[in-house]
Design a protein around this ligand. Structure first.
Ligand SMILES: *Cc1c(COP(=O)(O)O)cnc(C)c1O
Length: 376
């Protein structure tokens, strides 16, 4: 292999938007002309399409994935005195939503795939437990068969954090359709992305749907009648119009992410220092991120930076060890697998526009790093 020098950013949103700019401009122009910027028809069209994609009865456009999680908990009447079983290797919202409604997170450790370990759920259940909140981490579905069966046995609600996992499948079924509610983010860095903030809640339950519909709109059931204390969590019409354009490309983009992931899986498999995620049969991972576990991770990251390869760590400090969690009583070694992985994980560029040249370059740099390290 020749060592051609290039630069591979971690993401490249400009490239995505350049390819579809005219379509996006038309869609936005249409909203400007119509002037219905709040809950316009595009929002309802988007919701219908999103529900269809996920195989659920209802979807509601919201202003963020964070609010989707908060409203899911509220709609299930989870609040003060309640406990929710959660993971600590996620983005803060997966847990701050629980604190936001006045409940308490109870952490369980993750498995080798960095998803909630179902074997640890039952021992975390107390009389106060009301719900389980698994995260489909990196776009790889958690074991929903096991989680749903435990939840059913103990009469617990299940809220799926699908922020990274639009159209991911477990046993041929879409995430967001297993639990009582699925919570999605449309943040610019997610796989289905708005040009700003956005979120979606999915559900098959008409009561949850109706409650969240009211909660996202300041508690209004109708224009005249306000029935709940709430706030404003609506998805903008202009974002819905943008998302309707992006729907057309989502499947292609996701397949590209999956192809890119396969490239890394094939080209890094000979390195004993690196573990790549494994695709299980029946699972469709959508690779919001491609996270390897690597020996001497920090040195590898620095080396890749020198070689102009952008990488990230999602996340270096697990949530139970963050300053905001001090009051919850967790210590180092409370979640050994989560903590061990936090020291080894590294997210490689996997965005759909990344071509074979870029992928080869990244893989080659990683090989180079461990070869040189072996000689030292
Ligand atoms: C991005 C993300 C969220 C929050 O979504 P926002 O739209 O940024 O509020 C929640 N959970 C996970 C796992 C995420 O990745």
């Amino acid at each position: 292999m020749t060592s051609c020098v290039m630069s591979v950013p971690y993401v490249d949103l400009a490239q995505q938007h350049a390819a579809i700019k005219n379509e996006l401009m038309d869609a936005m122009g249409h909203v400007l002309d119509g002037g219905k910027f709040v809950l316009g028809s595009e929002v309802h069209e988007f919701e219908e399409k999103f529900a269809q994609l996920c195989g659920v009865r209802f979807a509601l456009g919201l202003n963020s994935g964070t609010d989707a999680l908060i409203l899911a908990l509220k709609s299930l009447n989870i609040g003060a005195g309640d406990e929710v079983i959660a993971v600590a290797n996620s983005f803060v919202s997966s847990v701050s939503c629980i604190m936001a409604v006045g409940a308490r997170p109870v952490f369980v450790d993750v498995n080798a795939e960095s998803n909630m370990d179902p074997r640890l759920i039952e021992q975390a259940i107390t009389p106060k437990t009301k719900a389980v909140l698994p995260v489909h981490w990196t776009g790889r579905p958690a074991d929903m068969t096991a989680i749903m069966s435990i939840a059913k046995k103990h009469h617990l609600a299940v809220i799926e954090d699908c922020a990274q996992a639009v159209c991911a499948e477990h046993q041929g079924q879409k995430v967001g359709s297993f639990g009582h509610a699925g919570c999605f983010s449309l943040h610019p860095l997610k796989t289905l992305n708005a040009c700003g903030d956005g979120g979606v809640l999915t559900t098959n339950d008409p009561d949850i749907y109706e409650k969240v519909r009211i909660l996202r709109d300041n508690g209004f059931r109708t224009r005249e009648e306000c029935v709940m204390w709430s706030n404003n969590s609506r998805l903008d019409t202009i974002q819905a119009a943008i998302l309707m354009v992006k729907f057309k490309y989502l499947d292609g983009w996701t397949e590209k992410r999956r192809e890119n992931a396969r490239f890394y899986q094939d080209h890094l498999s000979d390195l004993s220092e690196v573990q790549t995620p494994v695709d299980e049969a029946g699972t469709r991972a959508v690779y919001h991120t491609f996270v390897i576990q690597a020996d001497v991770r920090d040195r590898l990251k620095a080396y890749l930076e020198e070689k102009s390869v952008g990488t990230k760590i999602h996340y270096p400090v697990p949530l139970h060890l963050q300053p905001f969690a001090r009051g919850l009583g967790y210590k180092r070694n409370s979640l050994p697998v989560t903590e061990k992985q936090a020291g080894r994980i590294l997210s490689l560029p996997v965005y759909p526009e990344l071509g074979k040249d870029g992928l080869s370059y990244v893989a080659q740099c990683i090989h180079e790093f461990y070869r040189m390290k072996g000689k030292k």
